[in-house]
Design a protein around this ligand. Structure first.
Ligand code: URA
Length: 454
């Protein structure tokens, strides 16, 4: 590998990557030229993973100014192709979640929104840390193509109204490389790194409007509401500054969303919801997100958009749209109604160790239990067991009795079950008192300001 040439700063000084690492380690702000040097040379392979990892860790600890974050976002967005969606009629609305456990809303809301006539051209990512990835989940459907070419992607959005594909090789390649590196170097939960990662992709992906779902709580990268608001405000400012109407909802991730964690298991739960069943929290959050997307897509006042989302879901048109999309992407949609689709070779019932209320679920620990079962990756090259996952029968606020079955773990590998069970049980707190109810949506951030609901 050839090494990166030095960067000349505005004052004529020469810098090498090792000096830029030290600069950030010491808490100084980078210039735009320095950031461009780092990103361009990392993408071209001249800066090795070990130096990039050290720099990411320095950013993790020292942070970035708003100007550095905005510069980094634009450099990452411009590191590859920028998609032009102007050949698709209408207001194109994108959606992005900052990542959670059991978060499968993309499939539900994209199907509903597309069924209402708002085109959704969605590029999604793979699992990151303890959180699941939309593309990994979609890939659990046999034969589905998650690496659509640009023409295939545009074609399906035009014909079906919705397509979900992986980040194409040349869309924000800087993020693709950094995302995979951050996943395995403990550098995910940093506001400037998340904001630049999310917004570089969203800007390059070309939609007119963007809905951000910023998760907060034990299963999110943002653990406090203040941090989540700061991340949301940073991203909303970057989006609107670049001419994209951008709104963020801050939603609860202090417990997994819905009842399923995994890949095929989560797709099975998506199908439940789209066919009029499924858990109340997932349905309610999906309706709220879909209504916000419809609102951004110009479908009327917010209350009408809520009604439109509910009616579309109840009519089954969302489910039909999902089947159409899976089929158009080459997937075998017959599995969606096959009860054996999400079953794994090995299954284990988890029972309550004592009686009481589940007062807290550490959602990150629940995600790590699913990871231990095989549902995610520990290293960049790990392969996923698509059937691995968890079905949670009892969640925060539910009463349980000792020895009652509270969850089922499943995996294609028998020897993962013991670790999965220990991790899952350690994630739960069971106490005598009923915990206070939490709302699903804590705040809404727009360019006009932040509305907090708690
Ligand atoms: N989602 C992203 O796309 N990037 C992050 O860094 C975190 C969540």
């Amino acid at each position: 590998m050839s090494t990166a040439a030095a960067v000349f700063t505005k004052t004529g000084d020469i810098m090498h990557m090792n000096e830029l690492i030290i600069k950030k380690r010491n808490g100084e702000a980078h210039t735009k030229d320095e950031l461009k040097y780092i990103i361009d040379n990392y993408v071209s392979g001249k800066i090795p993973d070990y130096q990039m990892s050290a720099w990411l860790m320095a950013v993790y600890f020292q942070g970035m100014t708003d100007v550095e974050t905005a510069d980094l976002t634009m450099i990452m967005a411009e590191s590859g192709e920028q998609i032009d969606l102007s050949s698709i009629a209408g207001i194109k609305v994108d959606k992005h979640s900052t990542g959670g456990v059991g978060d499968k809303t993309t499939f539900i809301i994209a199907s509903i929104v597309a069924a209402c006539g708002v085109p959704v051209a969605k590029m999604s990512g793979r699992g990151l840390g303890h959180t699941g990835g939309t593309i990994d989940k979609l890939e659990s459907i046999p034969h589905v193509n998650v690496a659509l070419s640009k023409d295939e992607f545009l074609d399906i959005v035009k014909k079906v109204g919705v397509a979900v594909t992986g980040q194409s090789g040349n869309l924000a390649p800087a993020d693709k490389l950094m995302y995979a590196l951050r996943d395995v170097t403990g550098t995910v939960d940093s506001i400037p790194l998340i904001a630049s990662s999310v917004m570089s992709k969203k800007l390059a992906a070309g939609s007119d409007a963007i809905l951000l779902d910023v998760k907060v709580g034990s299963g999110a990268f943002m653990k406090t509401l203040d941090d989540a608001v700061r991340l949301a405000e940073t991203m909303v400012a970057i989006g609107n500054h670049n001419g994209r109407q951008t709104v963020a909802l801050i939603t609860d991730m202090d417990r997994p969303l819905g009842q399923a964690i995994g890949n095929a298991t989560e797709i099975a739960e998506v199908v439940q919801v789209l066919r009029g069943e499924g858990p109340a929290d997932l349905i309610q959050e999906s309706i709220t997100l879909a209504a916000n997307m419809l609102y951004l897509g110009g479908k009327g006042v917010y209350e009408d958009c809520v009604t439109m989302a509910k009616v579309t879901l109840a009519s089954g048109r969302g489910f039909n749209k999902f089947v159409e999309m899976v089929t158009a992407q080459g997937g075998d949609a017959s599995v969606l109604t096959d009860p054996s689709f999400a079953e794994a070779a090995y299954k284990k019932a988890v029972t309550a160790p004592k009686s009481g209320y589940i007062t807290h679920m550490n959602a990150e620990a629940c995600g790590r239990a699913a990871l231990a079962l095989g549902a995610g990756r520990y290293t960049k090259t790990d392969t996923i067991d698509y059937k691995a996952g968890i079905w949670m029968l009892k969640k925060t606020g539910d009463v349980v009795t000792e020895d009652e079955v509270i969850a089922y773990l499943q995996s294609s590998s028998k020897n993962t079950l013991a670790e999965g069970e220990t991790r899952y049980l350690n994630a739960l707190t069971i106490e005598d008192a009923l915990p206070a109810k939490r709302p699903l949506v804590f705040a809404r951030v727009t360019v006009e300001g932040t509305e907090r609901y708690i």
